[in-house]
Design a protein around this ligand. Structure first.
Ligand SMILES: [Zn+2]
Length: 497
């Protein structure tokens, strides 16, 4: 059997080893030798959390698994990965995704398998109208596959129109959301109300049942495009199987409430994903490298916190943003893992593992000089278009950079305190240096215009944008790689601190 430690998400069907384990769904005992679902889950109250420097007040760990608590080999290796059990019939209703994957993988003969599969089907009844009807199914899947590959905004409208023409409520949702993109005043209120009513009337089809209150969904033209999570847990995985999530492009997780983030990511990550951002100053980000494999078209990755950078391998990744609070403070990247510093991890990034990387952002509040010095030693800078630094860079740190053999196209120092003549030194390292102008005393320059740096969440490839003007319908933004753009829908802009 594969090493469980590497696969903490594994859910198994197995015979109960005693009559003492209780079903997590219904609370009743599971008969000895009866097949049960063993659900792997990450506990947030293990030893590691108690010993960790950031741990909140320790809670007492409770076992309710009877004699099984010492029986699992993976518990011995990694106590935070625990198992809890369900009757198969209970799991079909309460853990349908997990039971489905366990059923698919089990070598055991499962009695009532067909009945279980029907129950799973009922639990996962959310299916689009156009997908359900046989006459429209092929065309539905064809549209979807095309958009999943290349999410063109116009094509998304065409799909919406088609859905509406075949009576799928998602089509009407797409039309309302499209109108909302430009509506103002009373029109906007009216449309928002229509959107709310439509979703309420078709709740099961349009919104995942197990939606976490800490989950923020950004819709566009009928589908969820961006998911922002302030917490991770089982509900996330279930939500990602919902039809509304079939074109998800961006996943942002910013949380302090988990054991580790990577093991709780939707597994596998949706292949439609282009942007993944994981931010946590308190909990390890985990083994992100392995999780990324399914998102082969990922373009932008942001990792702020302790992550195993040496594991990052991705053929398509264009933009990487990495950082931490203090580059010299050691922390484990996985629960109970070896504590290492950001600088040590940075040294393990390999250019050959990230062949498409064009833009690197390093965001370090304390110790940016050290990080830059290490970066110069790696081969990562070779072939890079832009290096953007955010944090406490000093002249000494900048000098380290000028010692690099190959010039960068752009060195962005706007996130540092180096200005004017100091920043000029950067010209030895890059053809173009972006820095805040001399004497632009913050008091004299309007914060919003000129100094407000943003990123377009739909167009990460445009790079960083500088807000250069405001008008009635939105903002004028000068993007690094796309020039001047008027952005009407300003909620699509994300401020860069
Ligand atoms: Zn039960």
């Amino acid at each position: 059997m594969a090493n469980r430690e590497d696969r903490p998400r594994e859910h198994l069907i197995e015979p109960a080893r005693s009559a003492r384990s209780a079903c997590r769904s219904c609370g009743q005992l599971i008969t000895s030798k009866e097949l049960r679902l063993s659900e792997a889950f990450v506990s947030d109250e293990g030893k590691w959390a108690r010993s960790h420097q950031y741990a909140r007040s320790a809670r007492t760990r409770s076992y309710d698994e009877g004699d099984d608590r010492h029986g699992r080999s993976d518990n011995a290796i990694n106590p935070e990965i625990q198992a809890r059990y369900h009757h198969l019939a209970c799991a079909a209703t309460h853990q349908p995704y997990k039971l489905r994957s366990a059923l698919a993988a089990t070598p055991l003969e499962v009695p009532e398998r067909a009945a279980l599969e029907r129950a799973i089907g009922r639990a996962l009844a959310a299916v689009d109208v156009a997908e359900e009807a046989e006459v429209t199914r092929d065309e539905y899947l064809h549209h979807l596959a095309r958009l999943a590959e290349d999410l063109d905004d116009e094509d998304a409208l065409v799909f919406g129109d088609w859905l509406q023409s075949v009576g799928d409520p998602r089509g009407e949702l797409a039309a309302i959301q499209h109108a909302l993109e430009t509506a103002t005043g009373d029109d906007r209120l009216r449309l928002a109300e229509s959107e709310r009513k439509l979703i309420a009337a078709n709740r099961k089809r349009l919104v995942p049942e197990a939606i976490d209150p800490a989950m923020t969904l950004t819709w566009r033209r009928g589908f969820v495009r961006r998911v922002t999570l302030a917490n991770v847990g089982p509900a996330v995985n279930a939500a990602f199987s919902h039809p509304s999530f079939r074109l998800v492009r961006e996943l942002v997780i910013e949380t302090e409430h988990a054991m580790a983030i990577a093991p709780n990511l939707p597994a596998p990550l949706p292949s439609t994903l282009r942007v993944l951002e994981l931010v946590s100053k308190a909990v390890p980000l985990g083994q992100v490298g392995a999780a990324m494999a399914a998102a082969a078209q990922l373009e932008r990755l942001k990792l702020v916190g302790a992550a195993e950078l040496g594991e990052l391998k991705h053929a398509a990744l264009v933009e990487l943003e990495i950082g931490c609070v203090d580059a010299g403070v050691a922390a484990p990247a996985v629960p109970r893992g070896e504590a290492r510093t950001f600088v040590e991890r940075l040294a393990q990034l390999r250019r050959k593992d990230l062949p498409a990387l064009a833009r690197l952002h390093v965001r370090v509040e304390h110790g940016l000089d050290e990080a830059v010095a290490v970066l110069v030693q790696t081969k990562l800078l070779a072939g890079l278009h832009t290096l953007a630094l955010h944090g406490d860079l000093s002249l000494a740190g900048l000098r380290e950079l000028t010692a690099g053999r190959k010039k960068l196209e752009v060195l962005d120092l706007r996130g540092t305190k180096l200005v004017g003549p100091d920043a000029e030194l950067g010209k030895k390292a890059a053809s173009e240096v972006l820095s805040t102008a001399v004497g632009s005393g913050a008091a004299t320059v309007a914060k919003r215009v000129g100094e407000w740096l943003v990123r377009h969440t739909r167009r990460p490839e445009w790079g960083i944008g500088k807000v250069v003007g405001e008008h009635d319908h939105g903002l004028s933004v000068e993007f690094e790689h796309a020039g001047a753009k008027d952005v009407r829908n300003i909620e699509l802009l994300e401020e860069i601190s």
